[in-house]
Design a protein around this ligand. Structure first.
Ligand code: GAR
Length: 209
């Protein structure tokens, strides 16, 4: 069973897609063992609560400095003993210690076709605003592993989405979610889970490697 922690900051529609995927078995051999938000008011936490998923808030506001916050975030992740950490709209820079400790076990969903519209300053609605401003006709979403760079890790999956003439950033964001994010993120998790379940010694938490 792949133990997954999902990190969120906002509405949590990608978290919901993962919850739905586990429930309807399009994601197999997977348990969502925890949800972590940096934002106490994130609706994603309500989604976790409603689905009986252990959850917590680790907010930078509650710590004296970034180093203390980073330590607390890593502790919160470790507490759930995950095999995989999924960044589903998590708008916090991942601490270097966490990247090292969970190398190749952190994935992120980004709402563009990387390497377009990614990196510093490109998150949430800003990505779609930039795509519309540039006048591209196709955008999409990318699932990738997280490394030390911003949106630079190995790409796992991408899906293209058409941009229509009348699109606003909000309309485009919704289409990218519906036609790409909510499909490729659950699928990527299922593929990672299926690989893990066929590995020797599967069924055990590999966190302590
Ligand atoms: C999603 O569109 C996700 O791809 C994006 O934030 C949104 C979160 O929505 N993530 C990034 O921009 C990361 N750079 P959600 O809370 O409804 O899943």
């Amino acid at each position: 069973m792949l133990r997954v922690v999902v990190c969120v900051s906002g509405g949590g529609t990608n978290l919901q897609a993962i919850i739905d995927g586990v429930q309807n078995k399009t994601i197999q051999n997977t348990a969502i063992v925890g949800v972590i938000s940096n934002n106490r008011n994130a609706y994603a936490l309500t989604r976790a609560e409603e689905n009986g998923i252990p959850n917590c808030c680790v907010s930078p506001r509650d710590y004296a400095d970034r180093a203390d916050f980073n330590t607390a975030l890593l502790q919160a992740v470790k507490h759930y003993e995950p095999d995989l950490v999924v960044l589903a709209g998590f708008l916090v820079a991942i601490p270097q210690e966490m990247i090292q400790e969970y190398r190749d076990r952190i994935i992120n969903i980004h709402p563009s076709l990387i390497p377009s519209f990614c990196g510093k300053g490109f998150y949430g609605l800003k990505v779609h605003e930039a795509a519309l401003a540039r006048g591209v006709k196709v955008t999409g979403a990318t699932v990738h592993y997280v490394d030390e760079g911003l949106d630079t890790g190995r790409i796992i999956a991408q899906k293209a989405v058409e941009i229509l003439p009348e699109d606003t950033p909000e309309v485009l964001q919704r289409r990218v979610m519906e036609q790409a994010e909510w499909i490729i993120l659950p699928r990527a998790i299922n593929e990672i889970a299926s690989r893990q379940s066929t590995e020797p010694g599967s069924g055990t938490n590999t966190n302590k490697r």
